[in-house]
Design a protein around this ligand. Structure first.
Ligand code: LLP
Length: 387
């Protein structure tokens, strides 16, 4: 591991996002296999990672795309994904977007609310509209990434869905559920599906989109048991003639690493701070959700200590890990943040006028390929107007 990261740092500099093609394909194949006996369309949640080179690898093994708007549509097209396999999500769709998506023949549309249905869809014929239901189920995950409770902004209640089905049954082809992300327990998935199936049965709906949310092991948690998921969900899912999924994290997270460098090791009265080139601009998950990502430091120093790994930005929330027990590194040492392939680069930002890092792929044969260049400072400001 260490050698390859050293080589990447030498060839491409740091910070850099690094992906491994073999891990990516392995994870994608696991997802594909879970419901392989069904008529199953697995799609990639592009919000987790939208690098077109990576998407193209996965398109070639049978994946479609779950997109939010024009930007993710563009990435899907760069990857060569056919509109036939694209699902359009979102709780704030516009007429302009609708025109764009229909002109581009995006096939599946998840309708988030009664209001959206009446605003955008009630006059349309022959579309594949899926109603997103909110089953009021606690996904037992971080509140910011939990979506299936009544208090959340997503989806419609079963009563609202029934209202639409009574009135517009012939316009609606399926139901959609997505109750949150990073869910490691089977029961919320099962309960949500059971509830939704009752509604589907009542109105003879034969297509279902089960969303994403499959949880992984970041540090202490257990990965979602996909064998159990398959065994528990298949008896219900096989009653449908099409099952769509929208998986992001489970596929991308373990395939990606943020490789960055120690700028400084700073001691205060209470703490040791390892200041790295990357902070909440390159990986915002620790700052935003208190997420714990495993960090491995490549150092020849053997003295261990407790450190905070922080970024160089002007904010106390700018950290990658806190109270980490590790061999204390020195200036110039490299470190990797693991499970950074999902919601890493895609949530990177330009805070403090910093640029997004490049992305590099380690191909199956071990060769290295730059798959996204680093941003430049000029790019950050080339939309600004002075006169
Ligand atoms: N489908 C819908 C409608 C979604 O909203 C999401 C994620 C997915 C599928 C994919 O979920 P996944 O398989 O990746 O769990 N930024 C947060 C995660 C936000 C998830 C938003 N929706 C994080 O870094 O943890």
């Amino acid at each position: 591991m260490k050698e390859i990261f050293n080589e990447i740092a030498q060839n491409f500099g740091t910070p850099v996002y690094v992906y491994f093609e073999d891990i990516l394909i392995k994870r994608a194949n696991i997802v594909k296999k879970v419901f392989e006996k069904l008529n199953y369309l697995p799609t990639l949640a592009l919000k987790a990672n939208n690098n077109p080179y990576l998407l193209r690898i996965l398109k070639n093994i049978g994946f479609g795309a779950d997109i939010l708007g024009e930007g993710e549509f563009y990435a899907a097209k760069m990857a060569g994904i056919d509109s036939e396999y694209i699902v359009w999500n979102g709780n704030g769709k516009t007429h302009k977007q609708k025109e764009f998506m229909l002109n581009n023949k995006v096939k599946y549309i998840n309708v988030d609310s009664v209001e959206e249905f009446e605003y955008l869809w009630k006059e349309e014929e022959n579309l594949n509209l899926f109603l997103r239901v909110n089953p009021d189920i606690d996904a037992k995950t971080h509140p910011y990434i939990s979506t299936g409770l009544k208090k959340h902004k997503f989806g419609m209640t079963f009563d609202q869905a029934s209202f639409l089905l009574e009135k517009y049954r012939e316009k609606i082809s399926g139901l959609h559920i997505h109750i949150g992300s990073q869910i490691t327990d089977i029961s919320p998935f099962k309960e949500a599906l059971e509830k939704t199936y009752k509604l589907a049965k009542k109105y003879d709906i034969t297509k279902i989109n089960i969303g994403g949310g499959w949880g992984i092991r970041y540090k202490d948690e257990k990965e979602l048991d996909l064998n159990r998921l398959k065994n528990e969900l298949t008896p219900i899912l096989e009653k449908f003639d099409l099952v769509i999924s929208e998986i992001g994290r489970f596929i991308f997270a373990p395939a990606g690493f943020l490789l960055t460098k120690v700028l400084m090791v700073k001691k205060s009265e209470q703490k040791t701070f390892v200041v790295t080139e990357s902070g909440m601009n390159h990986l915002i998950r620790p700052a935003l959700y208190g997420a714990s990502h495993e960090i491995e430091i490549f150092t020849d120093n053997s003295t261990r200590g407790k450190v905070d790994v922080v970024g160089p930005l002007c904010e106390t929330g700018d950290f990658l890990a806190r109270d980490l027990e590790i061999a204390v590194p020195k200036m110039g040492d490299l470190l990797i943040v693991k499970n950074a392939g999902a919601y890493g680069f895609s949530m990177a930002n330009n805070y403090n006028g910093t640029v997004k890092p490049p992305e590099v792929l380690v191909k199956k044969d071990g060769s290295l390929k730059l798959i996204r260049k680093a941003q430049t400072v000029e790019e950050l400001f080339n939309t600004c107007i002075l006169d």
